[in-house]
Design a protein around this ligand. Structure first.
Ligand code: NI
Length: 135
């Protein structure tokens, strides 16, 4: 039997959405308030889900303690209270939109999850706006 196991996590981070090759006016038109040159913060809510067979010995798909520690070491320690554009190398040349952040998180976690299991990342940038990436 396959079951989806999820862990919710949280981080605060600052970002700015813009393209250096566009004028300020064009960036303003496309990215609005997220183009603020002085950056701004979001309270990101993250849900990481692992889908797979239940291990017959443990009864787990994945030990949630392991998942919790993985999210802490790979994501929270790298992103929490950081300026994503300035302090997180993955976003040096990549716009830190919710879409791109979700893909980066998925790529950071994927090598640590059993390859026979599916990984899904849902990222809330606001309580109403969220994105999902599953590879
Ligand atoms: Ni924003």
């Amino acid at each position: 039997m396959k079951v989806k196991v999820s862990r919710r996590a949280h981080f605060n981070a600052a970002h700015r959405l813009y393209r250096p090759d566009w004028s300020f006016e064009k960036n303003d038109e496309i990215f609005g308030k997220c183009n603020n040159p002085n950056f701004h913060g979001h309270n990101y809510e993250l849900i990481v889900s692992v889908y797979g067979e239940i291990d017959q010995e443990t009864g787990f798909v994945i030990d949630v303690k392991i998942l919790k520690d993985l999210i802490k070491s790979e994501i929270e320690n790298a992103f929490d209270h950081k300026n994503l554009n300035v302090e997180v190398p993955e976003f040096k040349d990549l716009n830190p939109t919710a879409e791109n952040i979700a893909v980066v998180i998925w790529n950071k976690l994927r090598p640590h999850i059993d390859s026979e299991k599916d990984l899904e990342v849902t990222l809330y940038e606001t309580p109403r706006n969220f994105v999902t990436f599953s590879g």
